[in-house]
Design a binder for this molecule. Sequence first.
Ligand SMILES: *Cc1c(COP(=O)(O)O)cnc(C)c1O
Length: 382
Amino acid sequence: MDDKLMLMIPGPTPVPERVLQAMAKHPIGHRSADFSAIFAEVTENLKWLHQTKNDLLILAGSGTAAMEAGIINFLSTGDKVLVGTNGKFGERWGKVCAAYNLDVQYITAEWGKPLDPNEFKQALEADTAKDIKAVIITHSETSTGVINDLPTINQYIKAHGALSIVDTVTSLGACSVPIDEWGLDVVASGSQKGYMIPPGLGFVSVSEKAWKAYETANLPKFYFDLGPYRKNAAKNTTPFTPAINLIFALHAALGMMKQEGLETLFARHDRLRSATRAAVKAMGLPLFGPDECASPAVTAVMPTGVEAEKIRSIMRKKFDIALAGGQDSLKGKIFRIGHLGFVTDRDLLTAIAALEATLQELGHTGATPGAGVAAAGEVLNR
Ligand SMILES: *Cc1c(COP(=O)(O)O)cnc(C)c1O
């Protein structure tokens, strides 16, 4: 049915009506006092969400733009970097680094497994010459639903002295990422994930240590040169025309998040993750990736006996529920349930009920119909 689509994918995520209405306003001049007042409040509230006093810069671009900015502003041609990859996004950062002729050393784990912090420890301890300038890691690997042990890896980075450059695109807003407490240097994310607004904004937070590196970094940059963003942010403005209506949207969304509170926000995502996993198990479907490192944003399922793409197709056609598929080598093998951003218990119960009906239609015999909803309900009632 028209206008019934329910997004249960890990971005773009659903957008609250209050946010849509804020976006629907006429744009205002971005050099006006009215805009500056909104921009100042948005920046302050973003710092609250990011738990940081570092500079928090807003770019017009998707999450990849924020990551690319995070890389090119603090490194120089030929710099050695350590990139952790255990999925599609980790691989992407390797590609960005290669595009700028950085000397990339990889630490890899199989897709569906977490990165091993000890491998970072060993590689960093072995680098007594301090050639490694930065370590680049994806916190929540959206392609597999695995969250990497960022705090532990970051301790090794700090002991070494390299910069940490982190993709928190699907962890920020879903779980606590205390940037200052952990001492993360460059943290990048994007608006269409945990921020409850449409795609189009990227966010980068930058530590003092990273700004020091900025002074000597020589990679080419213009639009994403963060220096001018920092200068302008101090005057509550931007170097170029910002995505004004997305800033309106973010203003409204951050207001909702402040109302909910950080602890409640993170607890909600934690509950949704647990309920989803309990339901999937009760439906007799194998989870892709272990419970101990399950992302709060997305759950990957590797069905046996029923085809992942058939499940997605029925969910979409019959129930207007969009689930995500697998990427690259996981295409057709897994499907992913997003539970990030503006998602409530009701949404999850609806999706699980529809999934059970879909499995029934496909003749899946692994579980009693209703077991998934019962298992999810049990977790949500705790
Ligand atoms: C969505 C996402 C990105 C950014 O992708 P864009 O399409 O550029 O917004 C980066 N990293 C992760 C882990 C993501 O989930």
